[in-house]
Ligand binder design. Structure first.
Ligand code: NAP
Length: 285
């Protein structure tokens, strides 16, 4: 079997040209003012700084602007909440990205939940999560939402399929499972206490690896013909799923890098453009 490569890089590039057109249109009816994403980076973690830079660059590529906020490692919860308050009330800002993780003295959940729902373009608030689960209008958490967009683009319909998600984090495993369930898959969520992980994975028609450990899921655990989504990214270009033989085992798989990563960023900027479009419509009313 020669599997389809789910090419997130190509797909995000294609989406960027559509988004650039939408940004042009927004500017033309909004006194040349572009949508703005505010990025908040707290501390000096080099990987986080790189991710934020990549998101700002993606904004630039489509003609959008970003406000880059950098706060020191010693920032308190109160100081971060005050900064989020400022951005919540800034009419020119359409989306807020608080880069995860923040330093340990900060109550990250409280800060995420302080982001106004209409600016939660990274899909991190409990409010947005609840609305997404209930299939109400909400911005999905960027990584799983990007994965759903990729499946849709390759016409992979989860309906009736058995999906296994390995990982249950708030930003990835949990929303991923809910999105697959909403798309009518039968879903099992696995985590560090799961027994017989390999046997559960062996049944998956759709497998999502979101474990955070390089090549933790072995290729011989995977069912022939499965759709394999690897959300992991580790130094050296490893994902959470062993990459060797995947093109012979899977019917489709995401490469690492170039699969889920570009779709995450693209989804963040797409949701910011949608937020700007909605705010223009609101102002017209
Ligand atoms: P996380 O918060 O560390 O969560 C990891 C999950 O894996 C937890 O739910 C944990 O279970 C589970 N797990 C750990 N060891 C396990 C084991 N032995 N067996 C089964 N499950 C196990 O990580 P995350 O933020 O969700 O990220 C997951 C991966 O996605 C990472 O590789 C990260 O780099 C990547 N990621 C990529 C993007 C992107 O844009 N491409 C964005 C975000 C994250 P417990 O809950 O029981 O501890």
């Amino acid at each position: 079997m020669s599997a389809i490569v789910l090419d997130g890089k190509a797909l995000s590039k294609k989406s960027e040209s559509d988004l650039a057109e939408r940004v042009k249109k927004i500017k033309s009816i909004n006194n040349e003012r572009a949508p703005i994403l505010a990025t908040i980076l707290v501390g000096d973690d080099p990987a986080s700084a790189t991710y934020v830079k990549m998101k700002q660059n993606a904004c630039k590529r489509i003609g959008m602007e970003s406000i880059a906020i950098e706060m020191p490692t010693t920032t308190s919860t109160r100081e971060l909440l005050t900064k989020i308050d400022e951005l919540n009330t800034n009419k020119d800002c359409h989306g807020i990205l608080l880069q995860h993780p923040v330093p340990s003295q900060i109550d990250e959940r409280r800060c995420f939940d302080h982001i106004a729902i209409e600016k939660d373009v990274d899909g991190v608030t409990c409010h947005g999560f609840g609305r997404m689960v209930m299939q109400l209008d909400a911005y999905g958490s960027a990584t799983p939402q990007g994965i759903m967009r990729m499946l849709e683009n390759y016409q992979i319909d989860p309906a009736g399929k058995y999906a296994v998600v390995v990982g249950r984090s708030a930003i990835l495993g949990k929303p991923m499972s809910a999105m697959l369930l909403n798309a009518n898959a039968t879903v099992t969520i696995c985590h560090s206490k799961t027994i017989n992980l390999d046997k559960i994975i062996k049944q998956a028609d759709i497998l999502v690896g979101a474990v955070g450990r390089p090549e933790f899921i072995k290729s011989d655990w995977i069912k022939s013909g499965a759709v394999v989504i690897d959300a992991g990214y580790h130094p050296g270009g490893y994902g959470d799923i062993e990459a060797s033989n995947l093109s012979d085992i899977a019917s489709a798989f995401t490469p690492v890098p170039g699969g889920v990563g570009p779709m995450t960023i693209n989804t963040l900027i797409q949701q910011t453009v949608i937020s700007a479009e909605k705010s223009l419509l609101q102002n017209k009313k």
